[in-house]
Design a protein around this ligand. Structure first.
Ligand code: FE2
Length: 293
């Protein structure tokens, strides 16, 4: 889906930039689309969601019917919005949505998402091969944590704009095909994912900017040149700032967000003692972007 070495497929950058920035400041609540019945998605609901996706690359939603706070409903929404081709990751459930919860198993489930630790800023599947890039993500909250577990979201188009405003050379550096390298994932001596090298920013055939990124300090080898290092420092400063472009929202039961794989992060949380009441989210990663028609 991605093409290499293109000019941003945006007809007029200054106007596009202005239209993106002009929608802020913005409250997360403004982006929540209420869905009374997932089996009866109206033209109005789809049009509101498409508007959010077009403007911000993501939209929040809320299933109003508690009986629809389940994987089938999330799957139905994903399918309706063109999220069809699932990335079967290492921890995916049989039905291809991954349950994100604190797991006691050792081994692959020691990944941070399956703990109560904070998750640093990233886009999903940044370690995937070029032909397996994640363009669409849905994250649904079945049960929130009793404390913490706040989600942070930043439209990656905004990150692109802020970097370019600061220094256009940052964009050139982050578009370099060797910008980042993720070493192979080796579990019990077996290579379960080979080393991946690729750009942070690339441009898709459907005129979007795609971003692969993780703020994790470990396990990423960044291209060792000044512009790359300065761009990364710029982003680290952004994560520590109270930027009006960063939205923070704690998803409640039945709520979720659907996105073109925007930047996101999660704070630490405290889980419930009762197993049946522990924090539980469902996540789907797709090779498709969200359908906005
Ligand atoms: Fe994620």
């Amino acid at each position: 889906m991605t093409i290499s070495n293109p000019h941003p497929a945006i007809s007029s950058y200054p106007e596009w930039r202005q239209s993106k920035l002009s929608t802020y400041p913005l409250l997360p609540e403004q982006l929540i689309i209420d869905i009374p019945d997932i089996n009866g998605l109206t033209h109005n609901i789809i049009s509101q969601m498409s508007k959010n996706i077009t403007k911000h690359n993501f939209s929040f939603y809320r299933f109003e019917n508690p009986d629809q706070n389940n994987k089938q409903a999330v799957h139905n929404l994903a399918t309706n919005r063109g999220l069809i081709h699932v990335d079967n990751n290492l921890c995916s459930d049989a039905d291809n949505l991954t349950s994100i919860e604190v797991r006691e198993n050792r081994g692959q489930h020691e990944y941070v998402p399956y703990t109560s630790r904070p998750i640093n800023w990233h886009t999903d599947g940044y370690y995937n091969a070029d032909d397996k890039q994640i363009h669409g993500v849905i994250l649904h909250c079945a049960r929130p944590a009793i404390e913490g577990g706040m989600n942070y979201v930043l439209d990656h188009d905004i990150a692109y704009i802020l970097l370019k405003d600061e220094n256009p050379a940052y964009i050139d550096a982050l578009c370099h095909p060797n910008a980042m390298t993720i070493p192979a994932n080796i579990l019990n001596g077996e290579i379960i994912r080979p080393e991946q090298t690729g750009p942070v920013f690339s441009y898709t055939r459907d005129r979007r900017i795609h971003m692969r990124y993780s703020a994790r300090l470990r396990n990423i080898i960044w291209r060792d040149d000044d512009a790359t290092q300065e761009a990364l420092a710029f982003l680290r400063t952004l994560w520590e700032s109270d930027s009006p472009y960063i939205l923070s929202y704690k998803l409640q039961a039945g709520e979720g967000f659907i996105s073109n794989n925007v930047l996101h992060a999660r704070t630490t949380f405290k889980d419930h003692n009762n197993k049946e009441m522990k924090r539980l989210l469902y996540r789907g990663r797709f090779f498709d972007a969200v359908n906005i028609k």
